[in-house]
Design a protein around this ligand. Sequence first.
Ligand SMILES: *Cc1c(COP(=O)(O)O)cnc(C)c1O
Length: 391
Amino acid sequence: MFSDKDRAHFSNLETPFYYYDLNLLQSTLTACKKAASAYQFHVHYAMKANFNPKVLAKIKDTGFGADCVSGGEVKKAIEVGFVKEKVVFAGVGKSDREINDALDQDIFCFNVESIQELQVINELAEKKQKKAKVAIRINPNVDAHTHANITTGLDENKFGINSWDMPACANILNISANLEFVGIHFHIGSQITNLDVYKNLCTRVNEFATWFEDHGFKVSILNVGGGLGIDYYHPDQQIPDFEAYFKIFADFLEVKPYQEVHFELGRALVGQSASLISRVLYVKNGKKKNFIVLDAGMTELMRPALYQAYHKIENISQQLAVGGVQSPNLIKYDVVGPICESTDCFGKEVELPESFRNDLIAIRSAGAYGEVMASHYNLRETIATVTNEDL
Ligand SMILES: *Cc1c(COP(=O)(O)O)cnc(C)c1O
């Protein structure tokens, strides 16, 4: 729901643009911080979800660390002021250059995703006469019950080290003078809405922590990753239930007094705080289908084209004043973008009030994996970002 004032402001702006509600972002961060602090849990923000500078500034000011998946993200995290001791670096394909740069920055820890990577980090650290802190990213074979394209913790996924390779891992750790083992890391997928999945994860974390301790390693960090989903169907019920989420880990993880529990939330922190605002270019009424052609496309928001993701679509020009009733004349439209790809479609058979050229359309819950995935396909230009503070 947008206020009449927001809509009036939007109508003067060039579309499409990303609109960020920084107040909502702040409330979400505060709610997460409060819920995590109740159990002394530590949160690292998964930067790939959104690296808009204004968003990063708020997250850094909340005191969260940064979870990075590329050298570019490590660099950015430190540039915008995240403290090095709270920067972690995961990713299946860290290049030598990325590892060297991260070693120079003295980041908190590498979340290591293969045995070979362990050896390479050891060699590169040796050349610099440094000790690299490492956590082993374990693939726990836990089904996240989410879309196959965003599942990461099953045997068939490329992420992490499989359980049967743990003895080999332990061996490398024992013989590598330039590695310091700090703990174990997991991340089983994204947009997880069934919280029972996390109970299964806790069981696996407990098993692996015990295994490492039984083999003579001190496990200081239990990093359980992120993946908490948001409600894309109800963008106005905006703040995820962080209390319920953290409580599962408090109840089911066996945490020793010297152990810290780390989380890496991305989507849940930023997802609801942005909408992609676009304009209707054309309405095509056919025999079988009605199309709304927008001036925004998959180049601005790729999730629907990439993994059939649902985003709520609203015609905010035809939305009546707050408190009013929606226009009764509802029509089903396929809402599409201008890009020359058939997958460039934001929603099929979307029920909307009768829509007209120049109406403003909001694609909601676009704060995570939205702006960051934008591309220049079709030589499209980068679009503006607008926040509530600019209005
Ligand atoms: C993407 C990612 C996350 C965050 O996932 P969300 O679903 O956005 O919470 C956390 N950890 C790692 C290693 C990731 O790659």
